[in-house]
Design a protein around this ligand. Structure first.
Ligand code: CP3
Length: 349
């Protein structure tokens, strides 16, 4: 991949990349899950009249929306504006992202034939992604770009349920009751997610995050038997690309060790698990997180006191990347996120 690497700016001083590799940092790096999107007025303005998936396929819009939070907050990393179901859409799965609802799949996957009807992803399916990433890397300068994909379990949940789900009952019923269909589906999604990350890194993304947002629905034994090997395949493929890998899920206090062992350099932790208990679980890896996303609605001094506790706890980790414990809540005041960013970046290391 030498041809693409030569176009990459020098990011050796990046606090985000240094923390991800467990190297000393000039300050605690900070970015926010869902920083690109709904809470910014400038986002709502450029998105006016354009559907979510349509926006993800428009490189000009993707570049603009990805840059907006970097300009406004000065965060230490950009997250690529896309969605975990975008690669499925790109290979031809009939789905939409409904405002306020999330991904909705027209014909949910139930049988082996349904799985086999989903094509594998090739770079030809997503030329607009390569174009957007290349444009971004040029504009971002010394700020690294995080590429991302959905982990097989979380993506499978949307495909099998047909939309957002609390219990993931149909998904887990397939996992428990139809192991051949489950295995084929997980292999299919793992291949698509790995190929999607490959495209983003080949075009210049400097790190990747694998989102297994709904893995917290599983027991450790079921995660280890039915999910982890497939996520591990995606993370191993990303590891071959030489970029740091962040592995995140919600409600995963009982899965953090396994999520690290799946092949992560950094394990993302939601706000329910104190970093002090997460760090021994992830061992010789970094952690990312984990301020409660509702704390930005509290008075600034309350928010920053809690942020300080997170930073202090993070000192025990091999590397710490500050983030919220899940995505930015849409009604968040951007000025408060700006204050939080400045607080974290100026906190003594
Ligand atoms: O800023 C960023 O984080 C980058 C963009 C991003 C989006 N989705 C844009 C988006 C990322 C990283 C995602 C990942 C994603 N998508 C996940 C994993 C992260 C997580 O939050 O746990 C999941 C589970 C999805 C599926 C999905 N897509 C959901 C649950 C929703 C929200 C539904 C809603 O509106 O409440 C979406 C839609 C979506 N993805 C929006 C954005 C900006 C909102 C759509 C819009 O603005 O019209």
């Amino acid at each position: 991949m030498a041809a693409t690497e030569t176009t990459r700016p020098d990011l050796s001083g990046s606090a985000f990349l240094r923390a991800a590799r467990g190297e000393p940092v000039p300050h605690t790096p900070v970015w926010f899950m869902r920083q690109a999107g709904r809470s910014l007025p400038e986002y709502l303005k450029v998105r006016e009249g354009t559907g979510m998936l349509e926006s993800c396929m428009d490189p000009g819009l993707v570049v603009e929306i990805t840059l907006q939070p970097v300009r406004r907050y000065g965060v230490d990393a950009a997250i690529f504006f896309s969605d975990i179901v975008l690669p499925l859409k790109a290979v031809g799965v009939d789905l939409d992202i409904k405002p306020g609802v999330g991904p909705v799949v027209a014909r949910p996957v139930r049988t082996l034939a349904d799985v086999e009807a989903i094509p594998d992803l090739t770079p030809e399916h997503v030329p607009f992604i390569s174009q957007a990433v290349r444009g971004l890397v040029g504009e971002l300068g010394s700020t690294p770009l995080i590429g991302f994909a959905g982990a097989p379990f979380t993506v499978a949940s949307y495909l099998v349920e047909g939309g957002p789900s609390k219990e993931h009952a149909k998904t887990k019923a397939m996992m428990f009751g139809a192991p051949d269909v489950w295995d084929a589906l997980m292999r299919k999604i793992a291949g698509i997610s790995a190929a999607y990350l490959d495209v983003q890194v080949a075009a210049g993304a400097s790190a990747v995050q694998l989102f297994d947002s709904w893995a917290g629905a599983l027991t450790p034994a079921d995660y280890a038997a039915h999910v982890m090997p497939h996520s591990a395949r995606v993370l191993a493929a990303a590891g071959e690309l030489g970029v740091p890998r962040i592995h995140f899920g919600v409600g995963t206090s009982n899965l953090l060790t396994l999520m690290g062992e799946a092949g992560a350099d950094v394990v993302g932790v939601d706000w329910r698990t104190p970093l002090a208990s997460a760090i021994p679980q992830v061992g010789d890896r970094g952690v990312q997180g984990n301020l409660d996303p509702t704390l930005v609605f509290a008075p600034t001094d309350v928010m920053t006191a809690r942020a300080a506790e997170v930073i202090e706890a993070g000192r025990a980790a091999k590397g710490h990347i500050f983030n919220l414990g899940h995505g930015v809540i849409p009604s968040t005041d951007p000025d408060q996120l700006k204050r939080l960013t400045e607080f974290v970046q100026s906190y003594p290391v």
